[in-house]
Design a protein. Structure first.
Length: 263
């Protein structure tokens, strides 16, 4: 409750920061928010060109020529949200060191700003993706609402991991370098470009340890297969999100004083 109260009391500061960050990102840019769409679209186009012929026949609904493209969009867009939150949260305390030293405000505002910024970016591009589903006749109907609890778990997992890494990164700067490399492997260890079913059974069991696998599978189920996700499979990432959030906040409170000295 204290956390929520702090965020509410400083809502003006948080919303103003989100607005400034969004405007600054596209300041003096000819395409503006168009770059937000072009980056994932270029990835989707490349993967579609390279893998579509291989993967298309593997889909249960392979008669639909758009099934693999929708599969890619569902995975890449949600992965982008996770990646943005964790990467930015990990560096937020270091990047805002001067602000932390000069202005007195609840430090938890910084992760909140990151989440809102990432959700704003994601909301714009995912709305365009939803519009595409509607126009192309691939909108999943009522099943679409399952996207929202999936997003909630994804965001909680991302910010919990991001805060934990962010505190550790202050004392061990190698963390950010390692995570940027690890993130590339994590992408390919998550069934985003390929289908989990094409992997050997032993590899599938190892992939199942990846907390993002059931989440991405849930998005694929909802948006590609137009079915309800396997809710029981989401218990693992949900519990991990709660644990990481608790660990991150505990580390933050325990080392708050030391953090300022290191910054």
């Amino acid at each position: 409750m204290e956390l929520i109260k702090s965020l509410w009391n400083y809502r003006g500061f948080i919303l103003g920061s989100v607005k400034r960050d969004f405007q600054f990102k596209y300041l003096n840019s000819l395409l503006g928010i168009g770059w937000m769409v072009l980056q994932p679209l270029s990835m989707i186009t490349i993967y579609t060109i390279i893998f579509s012929q291989i993967m298309q026949a593997k889909f249960p609904g392979s008669a639909n020529p758009l099934s693999y493209s929708i599969y890619l969009c569902a995975g890449i867009l949600t992965w982008g949200l996770f990646s943005e939150i964790t990467s930015r949260a990990m560096n937020t305390f270091i990047e805002n060191a001067n602000l932390l030293k000069k202005i007195n405000f609840p430090r938890v505002c910084l992760p909140a700003i990151i989440v809102l910024n990432a959700c704003l970016n994601f909301g714009i591009i995912f709305s365009l993706f939803t519009l595409f589903l509607l126009i192309s006749g691939n909108f999943p109907g009522l099943v679409y609402i399952s996207v929202f609890p999936l997003l909630l778990i994804l965001i909680l997992l991302a910010i919990g991991l991001g805060i934990t890494l962010g505190v550790v990164n202050i004392f061990f700067r190698d963390v950010s370098q390692f995570y940027s490399i690890f993130l590339q492997f994590w992408f390919w260890l998550t069934p985003i470009v390929y289908l989990k079913s094409i992997l050997p059974a032993g590899v599938q069991r190892w992939i199942g340890l990846n907390p993002l696998e059931p989440l991405i599978a849930g998005f694929h189920a909802s948006l590609v297969q137009q079915e309800w996700p396997n809710w029981s499979s989401l218990i693992y990432p949900a519990i991990l999100a709660i644990i990481l959030g608790a660990v991150g906040m505990s580390l933050f409170r325990k080392h708050a004083g030391d953090m300022m000295d290191e910054l």
